[in-house]
Design a protein around this ligand. Structure first.
Ligand SMILES: [Ca+2]
Length: 197
């Protein structure tokens, strides 16, 4: 769908440009056959770049499976795939008021299209246009969510200590990205989760 949308926009823009619709002083000129060939190439190129950058081929899905309860002072290592909106395996069940620490083993990287990033994310100006799930937090920062909704999102990065769970539910993880642009995310991240109380 995005491919078709962007192709259409590119074609309209190019045709308008060739007809000089953006100039109030120059008269419109018809598109000649060579221009049509350029239009086709321009549209195709834009669509390929756009699709590779933002769409990818994977269908973002959430991890699932039985939830795991941690006892106080016990830990679990959770695997997160960045193309999941609500990721993490195993899924941990948490209760309101419990306290947790999170720590990513050093040296890990995952990728937003071709840009490598650690769990603290990177500055991505494109997200200023498309928006990101957790506002004010860098692109591809490791984040958490309590429940499969956007009500209780929180930043983790490479380390977070003393996080108090606001509501009971399953604990999920995600790379902070625009909701529709998870298809080109690659790699994986591991985080150690420790229940303190
Ligand atoms: Ca992405």
């Amino acid at each position: 769908m995005s491919f078709l949308y962007f192709s259409s926009c590119s074609a309209i823009y190019y045709a308008a440009h060739k007809c000089r619709l953006f100039s109030t002083f120059a008269p419109p000129t018809p598109i000649r056959i060579p221009d049509m060939r350029n239009l086709l190439l321009f549209t195709l190129l834009c669509a390929v770049i756009f699709s590779a950058a933002f769409c990818g081929t994977r269908v973002p899905v959430s991890s699932s499976g039985p939830s795991l309860r941690l006892l106080p002072d016990s830990s679990a290592r959770v695997l997160i795939l960045p193309y999941h909106h609500y990721g993490g395996s195993p899924v941990l069940r948490v209760e309101a008021g419990e306290i947790y620490n999170f720590e990513c083993p050093a040296g890990q990287q995952w990728k937003d299209w071709y840009v490598s990033s650690g769990p603290d994310g990177f500055s991505n100006p494109l997200l200023l246009l498309s928006g990101r799930r957790l506002k004010g937090v860098k692109c591809f920062t490791l984040c958490g969510a309590v429940g499969k909704n956007e009500d209780h999102l929180f930043r983790i990065g490479h380390r977070l200590t003393g996080y108090q769970v606001p509501v009971s539910g399953d604990l999920y993880f995600f790379a902070n990205d625009a909701w529709k642009f998870y298809g080109n995310n690659k790699g994986e991240m591991r985080v150690n989760v420790t229940r303190k109380q």
